[in-house]
Design a protein around this ligand. Structure first.
Ligand code: FUB
Length: 324
């Protein structure tokens, strides 16, 4: 039996759970953390993942199953290292796995792989998505069938290094250089029908405060850091994400998928461990958040475990804050 707020699997370390309902079953696309003894650093070198396994549950009370190897770095010619947080979408009768990894020059790019089954194995495209960079792709299939990808992460995720439009390895973490500047946001693009390329030029999403002003770099309790997730509730687009250095999961809403979004509040207080990363799904009329912490390893940042718990809305559409 799977229990709320307990590790869904215990035989391996898992993180960054992107959960979806396909054919009334729950499928979770997590990162697969590898244990090692190296030190942590701001570059995220401790997150040394090399492959993906898809987890599934027949329903929320049943045992969570590991469906084995779905994609390995050995299968993807452009991948050099660090297969980080993935996501999946079902489009045109196929399952598409979106994943970030460092290429052979050490630059994070986004890749895509496809399968006729939700659990894989997935066949990767030989090259990363053209024009893609950074990490944490979240794919979102809208009611009209359009598929969007939200992505990007600071620090190890390299988003700030693309500030000029070109990769600059010397560009520092933003608040140190531009404390009063507008915070960076996640990137946004529409996928082409082939699900292999961007149909639109990626743009950066703006996240505004209650007065309609962009969130600033120094507003570390609210500004975007990494791990975007998109869901729709009562016709509104909810963009949720991690604030990274302050370890919250927060959300912002908009009437349009590309925003601008207005900051709405905190979804989850910090978990045990540095990173926090989540997904949100509706299942049989209730809403759930899938997330990770480091309970299984007693707090080792790169040995995480995925969990879920219920997520509740207030009548006005705001989300109640969860104490993990
Ligand atoms: O799992 C590696 C990185 O840690 C992810 O890409 C981030 O979102 C954070 O969870």
């Amino acid at each position: 039996m799977s229990e709320q707020r307990k590790p869904l699997v215990r035989h391996m370390f898992t993180a960054d759970p992107s959960a979806h309902v396909f054919d009334d079953k729950i499928y979770i696309y997590p990162s697969h953390d590898i244990p090692h003894e190296d030190e942590d650093n701001d570059n995220g070198d401790e997150y040394q993942m090399r492959d993906y396994h898809v987890l599934s549950m027949d329903d929320l009370d049943s045992q969570c199953k590991d469906n084995g190897l779905a994609l390995s770095e050995d299968d993807v010619p452009w991948v050099g290292s660090q297969m980080w947080a993935p996501d999946a979408a079902y489009v045109n009768g196929r399952y598409h796995l979106f994943f970030p990894a460092r290429d052979n020059d050490g630059i994070f790019r986004l890749g895509v792989a496809s399968s006729d089954k939700p659990i894989g194995p997935f066949t990767p495209e030989p090259d990363p998505i053209e024009g893609s960079y950074s990490i944490d792709p979240c794919s979102f299939v809208d009611d009209d069938g359009k598929v969007y990808v939200y992505y990007g992460g600071l620090w190890g995720g390299q988003l700030e290094k693309w500030r000029s439009g070109k990769f600059d390895p010397d560009e520092p973490f933003s608040p140190e250089k531009y404390p009063d500047g507008e915070a960076l946001g996640p990137m946004f693009a529409q996928m082409d029908k082939d699900m292999k390329s961007f149909a639109t030029k990626p743009v950066m999403i703006s996240i505004l405060d209650e007065n309609g002003k962009p969130l600033l770099e120094k507003d570390e309790d609210r500004r975007y850091f990494e791990a975007p997730w998109m869901h729709k509730y009562n016709g509104k687009y909810y963009l949720s994400y991690s604030t990274g250095t302050t370890h919250y999961i927060v959300y912002a809403t908009s009437d349009k998928p590309e925003g601008p979004f207005t900051y709405g509040g905190r979804i989850m207080e910090p978990v045990l461990g540095w990173t926090t990363h989540h997904s949100i799904l509706e299942y049989h009329g209730k809403w759930y958040i899938f997330y990770h912490d480091c309970e299984l390893s007693g707090g080792i940042n790169h040995r995480r475990c995925v969990k879920y718990t219920e997520l509740k809305y207030n009548e006005d559409g705001s989300i109640q804050t969860i104490q993990p």
